[in-house]
Design a protein around this ligand. Structure first.
Ligand SMILES: [Fe+2]
Length: 203
């Protein structure tokens, strides 16, 4: 008999069903847990702190959001996103759809909300994101939480030759990056304000 993970809000997912998904992670360019866990954890903490969505669902979406990268040619997986050529970038931008396809093939039954988070984790509030170009409140807020968590994780990552950033500096940089565009570029401005208040402990 399968042991089961009680995934509040997701129904019971048999633990063994995660194993084939983890196999998928192993053929991506970065090691499994280094790649996905920090965003999963940070996203769940933000969900908890902001009281938006179900933290367990956000954690699951954070962990599974990029399995679709395994469908991309290896040369695309090994090139940083900002160095991809136009045709490679176009393929990369399909990875949220590949993630949903793989998870369906692996028969991992996820809630519609988790599927939305996975599908929308690269969408931008102003409609300039991918893969669908969804905008505004058509994007579920938990997908925006995962996107903020991913940007914070990118800034906090230890990269040789780059000064390390403090968490405080990281959130300042997220705000600065947004300020380079008209209000509400990547993120819902009210959500970003709430994240800043939460992380800085201001009302
Ligand atoms: Fe992604």
């Amino acid at each position: 008999m399968h042991s089961e993970i009680s995934a509040h809000g997701c129904g019971n997912i048999p633990a063994t069903t995660f194993l084939p998904v983890f196999d998928t992670f192993e053929i991506t360019r970065k090691p499994l847990l280094n790649f996905l866990s920090p965003v999963s954890t940070l996203g769940a903490l933000l969900s908890m702190g902001l009281q938006i969505g179900d933290p367990e669902e956000v954690a699951i979406a954070g962990l599974l959001r990029d399995v679709g990268i395994a469908e991309l040619p290896l040369e695309i997986q090994s090139i940083p996103r900002d160095s991809l050529e136009a045709n490679q970038l176009k393929k990369y931008m399909e990875h949220p759809k590949h993630s949903l396809k793989i998870l369906k093939e692996k028969r991992l039954l996820l809630s519609e909300r988790v599927n939305d988070m996975i599908a929308q984790h690269h969408e931008h509030f102003d409609g300039t994101g991918f893969p669908e170009g969804k905008e505004g409140r058509k994007i579920v807020p938990e997908a925006q939480i995962l996107a903020i968590a991913e940007e914070l994780d990118d800034i906090l990552a230890v990269v040789e030759g780059r000064p390390r950033s403090s968490p405080k500096r990281a959130i300042e940089m997220v705000v600065q990056n947004e300020a380079g565009y008209p209000l509400g570029h990547r993120y819902d401005p009210s959500l970003l304000r709430r994240v800043v208040s939460l992380l800085f402990g201001t009302p």
